[in-house]
Design a protein around this ligand. Structure first.
Ligand code: COA
Length: 159
């Protein structure tokens, strides 16, 4: 099998690969939707480790990490008024996009959320990040409310 998804046991050691994949994935995305400086990216990484320690899903192509999805299994959705699985981040290295890797990561995240007894998988997407929004809609997510002016809520019922 060429593509493998692994759930990391020690996400803190993934920091350098995280930075590399993150910057490559966002190359073609509008500036306001991602962090830019070393320091901002590092703070963001530390925040993710703190909030989603057991939800680092990494896609390996021929044993090389090429993408990741970071899932929080203990997040509260204010509108649904319940605990949901929250996709904090999903990134695929530029040259590995459009090969079904993102889809595979989301499917893996949905299965994991199901195992935790959660009924919804959700996230926030830049409201003009049309590529990503189309990706999520293809996978069955629905658009919701705008948040903080620039984000749009996405939700999918999984159980
Ligand atoms: C969004 C992203 C994760 C998609 O990953 P990917 O591996 O390229 O997506 P896949 O190849 O699995 O695509 C799954 C489906 O979505 C569609 N899709 C993917 N990217 C798309 C795009 N830019 N525009 C329209 N449709 C798209 C594909 O056509 C595919 O449909 P199909 O199953 O009918 O063939 C990737 O483009 C990325 O890293 N973007 C930058 C970071 C980002 O914006 N993250 C989201 C933050 S919320």
């Amino acid at each position: 099998m060429v593509l493998k998804i692994k759930r990391l046991r020690n996400p803190e050691v993934f920091k350098n690969k995280f930075k590399e994949i993150y910057l490559s994935a966002y190359e073609s995305v509008k500036n306001e939707y991602y962090e830019h400086t070393e320091e901002e990216i590092e703070d963001y990484f530390n925040w993710l480790v703190k909030h989603a320690y057991d939800g680092f899903l990494v896609a390996y192509y021929k044993n090389k990490p090429v993408g990741f999805l970071i899932l929080d299994l203990d997040w509260y959705d204010n509108k649904l008024r319940k605990k949901v699985a929250e996709i904090h981040e999903i990134c695929i290295k530029e040259k590995y996009k459009r090969k079904g890797i993102g889809k595979k990561l989301v499917k893996t995240a949905e299965k994991l959320a199901g195992k935790y007894g959660l009924n919804y998988i959700c996230g926030w997407v830049g409201k003009e990040n049309y590529g990503s929004m189309n990706f999520f809609k293809k996978l069955g997510f629905e658009e919701g409310e705008i948040g903080w002016n620039i984000w749009k809520r996405i939700r999918k019922k999984i159980n």
